[in-house]
Design a protein around this ligand. Structure first.
Ligand code: G1P
Ligand code: ZN
Length: 542
């Protein structure tokens, strides 16, 4: 097999954001863009010679072509073995599991997660390490450094290989194994959860609806919920993966999963509803007439995970990203277990999971997971909830009501201002950062700031420090707001404002928007969001 060195030059900005390198699909398809980045990953991680990789993606537009390009580059760089999902498809959790299970050196996951797909939408590539988790900040820096001095791409001169049939194929010296994307994941879920108890619940008349949003989880959900647990076939909606996700945003939240939400809030609601995103790592949980915020879901799971067989021994500790509500902190305190507060992004949980300091972790952005893999896991969260419901015999609404009575309720909402002019967003943040020290004691729209800081995290395992991870404003009366700029967008800037108000007694069933309105007004007064951006309301509230 011939191997060519294709001359190239650095392409500016090949630096992974919160989760991998996301760009417009056309940018990824431009000559040598993907090729440069893949070669930089290989160069930045000490070469590919003799190594084993897992490769797959969420099936979005350009997935199939990108897989072939990556295979040729891996072959060109002397990789030993590549494990690929059939048809080039693997959910992110399934890929993370496969890396761990096969002892692979790393994995290439093609996805822009919940961002829309299509030639005029988004594409992404994420490199995961041997522990199955996203590249750490240190590894990311090494990849960026490699991308900045790249001069050649080593590529095998081989034809496309068919990924439709299971089995082994060789390209020169590289062995490519095409595997069923669902099988290993199913076996893992079987170990963690009592699927027979869920099947018995369903057999007893419990109804559910899972929205795969035309993304990667359709086949996984069918195998688990329908084939294994006996749910009716129409329990999985939008179950056929499409390259453009049917034109929607495959983002499981009340805004983008509006059909499911309508159903769950209506008179014919099933007992349980859930959804997952483009690559299968996010989740939304909703009961009949009862939406569960991801922060509350994390806290509820922290409280009840021992009801699932894989977690019967209890939790070593928990972690949440900083903007996630402190609901889980209250559970951890009551149980006497450690609770860590990390920057946004799953990569920050990796060291804590590897060191055995936490079992469970989550983010307000619909991410929940555990030490079973090193990614968040959408269907895992769904099965965890179903397992808890099956064992406790309580509905979603009853579980949440009990939870709030016990721990109080952290009312929570995230306001996103999308496609804001990048310079305006940057100066809003930097001006506020400069004023942080002067804010305590000052009142804004009737609320007084008690503390304000720029969040920095010192990793307790490797000591690395990540600074400027979001501006935190604490107010009198248990309210907190966080402002940060998104690291996953592909056009302009997205300003995220996270609002939280703890209520420990009185009415625990109020509308979150009503409870948080004074805080939202105070944040606008401090940060001058409307004045600077011209936006009087957020584009998305979740
Ligand atoms: C967003 C979420 C973050 C999540 C990431 C990847 O990142 O806020 O919690 O880890 O997507 O799914 P952001 O766009 O805020 O940087
Ligand atoms: Zn995702």
């Amino acid at each position: 097999m011939l191997i060519h060195d294709i001359p190239t030059a650095p392409i500016a900005g090949q630096k992974a954001g919160t989760s991998g390198l996301r760009r417009k699909t056309r940018e990824y398809m431009a000559p040598l863009f993907l090729e440069n980045y893949v070669q930089a990953i290989i160069d930045g991680t000490g070469g590919a010679q003799g190594k084993t990789y897992v490769l797959g993606g969420d099936g979005r537009y350009f997935n199939a072509e990108a897989i072939q390009i990556i295979l040729r580059i891996l072959a060109g760089n002397g990789a030993g073995r590549v494990i690929v999902g059939q048809g080039g498809v693997l959910s992110t959790p399934a890929a993370s599991h496969l890396i761990r299970k096969t002892g692979a050196d790393g994995g290439f996951i093609l996805s822009a997660s919940h961002n829309p797909g299509g030639i005029d939408a988004d594409f992404g590539l994420k490199y995961n390490m041997a522990n199955g988790g996203p590249a750490t900040e240190t590894m990311t820096a090494a990849i960026v450094a490699a991308s900045e001095k790249i001069t050649r791409i080593r590529m095998a001169d081989s034809a496309d290989i068919t990924l439709d049939a299971l089995g082994e194929v060789t390209i020169g010296a590289i062995q490519v194994r095409v595997i069923d994307p669902v099988d290993d994941y199913l076996a893992l879920m079987e170990e963690l959860f009592d699927l027979d108890a869920i099947a018995a619940l369903v057999a007893g008349g419990f109804t559910l609806r899972f929205d795969a949003m035309h993304a990667v989880t359709g086949p996984y959900a069918r195998a688990l919920l329908v084939d294994r647990c006996g749910a009716s076939p129409d329990s999985v909606m939008n179950g056929t993966p499409l390259p453009d996700f049917g034109g929607g945003h495959p983002d499981p939240n009340p805004v983008w999963a509006a059909d499911l939400m309508g159903l769950m809030m209506g008179p014919d609601a099933p007992d349980f509803g859930a959804a997952s995103d483009g690559d299968g790592d996010r989740n939304m949980i909703v009961g009949r007439g009862c939406y569960v915020t991801p922060s509350d879901s994390l806290a509820l799971i922290a409280d009840r995970a021992h009801l699932a067989k894989g977690y019967a021994r209890g939790l070593a500790g928990v972690a949440r990203s900083m903007p996630t509500s402190a609901a889980v902190d209250r559970v951890a305190a009551a149980k006497g277990i450690a609770c860590f507060e990390t920057p946004t992004g799953w990569k920050f949980f990796g060291n804590l999971l590897d060191a055995g300091r936490i079992t469970l972790c989550g983010e307000e952005s619909a991410g929940t997971g555990s030490d079973h893999i090193r990614e968040k896991d959408g269907l895992w969260a769904v099965l965890m909830w179903l397992n808890i419901i099956a064992v406790s015999g309580q509905s979603v609404a009853a579980l949440m009501a009990t939870h709030w009575r016990t721990y109080g309720r952290n009312y929570y909402s995230r306001h996103d201002y999308e496609d804001v002019d990048s310079a305006v967003a940057a100066s809003l943040m930097s001006d506020l950062r400069e004023r942080l020290e002067s804010l305590p004691g000052q009142g804004f729209a009737g609320l007084t700031v008690t503390k304000a800081d720029d969040f920095a995290y010192a990793d307790p395992v490797d000591g690395s420090v990540s600074s400027s991870q979001g501006l935190r404003l604490f107010f009198e009366g248990g309210a907190r707001a966080v402002l940060r700029l998104s690291g996953t967008g592909t056009s302009g800037a997205t300003l995220r404002v996270y609002l939280e108000q703890l209520v420990t007694d009185g009415d625990l069933h109020q509308d979150a928007g009503d409870v948080l309105a004074p805080l939202a007004a105070a944040v606008d007064a401090v940060a001058e969001i409307a004045a600077r951006t011209g936006r009087t309301a957020p584009d998305v509230r979740t």
